[in-house]
Design a protein around this ligand. Sequence first.
Ligand code: ADP
Ligand code: ZN
Length: 294
Amino acid sequence: MPAKPLYAAVEAGGTKWRVAIGRSPEMVVDATIPTRDPDTTISACVEFIRESGIPITGVGIASFGPLDLIPTSPTLGFITATPKPGWSNTDVKGRIEAALGVPAVIDIDVGGAALGEWSWGAGRTLGSVVYVTVGTGFGGAHLQNGRTFHELGHPEMGHITVEREAGDTFGGSCPFHGTCLEGMAAGPALLARWGRPGPELRNRPEVWDLEARYLAQAMRTYDYVLAPQRIILGGGVMQQPGLLQMVRDRLGERLAGYGNPPSNLEEFIAAPEFGQDAGLIGAIALARQRFEGL
Ligand code: ADP
Ligand code: ZN
């Protein structure tokens, strides 16, 4: 029986890239490459895969954005206009394919992470899942039977409108919208509102009470608009102990018994299973889906 195909997984992040090889969450030869200019970074990534000596049949890439994911676009798979110096209009997918001579598939990092959780983690067996990450930015993906829908690009679940919570006078930190959800509740908003980054605010209950209230507003919107079976809520900010449960409690209040409220908020709002490995595992899941129809 021929050996099952192996894939390279690339998590292309704004500060670091990770590369590994495998076909499931158990991967081998894992490398971390600091993100420099595109030439240096992509070359280092390709060299690492070549030097492993392991034959691969394709590459899955979960990348920072914004990405052009419009199926009919001539620049499909390009990083488009990014504030990250030197990276605008970079054909990440095409350059990796050309250098390795195998096909690649690319998706936005949060889309990949969502697919990884759906394939093997906290979204297993569910038909409709939302995956949200609260970190430097606020990203989200919605999967329907393991598929995302990118006909007009990827969703921007962080830039939705939230109403100002009582007692909050913060002006918001989103460069586009000021007080949108990301501007009020992502990591940089915590820093700007309270003068310290999330990890240094651990013992300030008022910080996390307010954070949970904004996140609960978002969870209600995702629930009402998409009616998912589960919302997986991850990212650096969610590492604050107890925050996930506070979001569940506030969501319960916000739903006010209306609609199709999930009977069990513990199962409805769940932590991801893959944490820091979500992007890499997501990249493998992207490759399996594209090349094997998983
Ligand atoms: P990124 O979004 O850059 O990929 P992360 O998901 O790790 O990375 O999110 C980074 C953000 O999370 C930063 O704003 C950081 O201050 C915040 N953060 C990291 N750890 C914690 C923590 N334990 N508690 C609260 N916030 C945290
Ligand atoms: Zn915004």
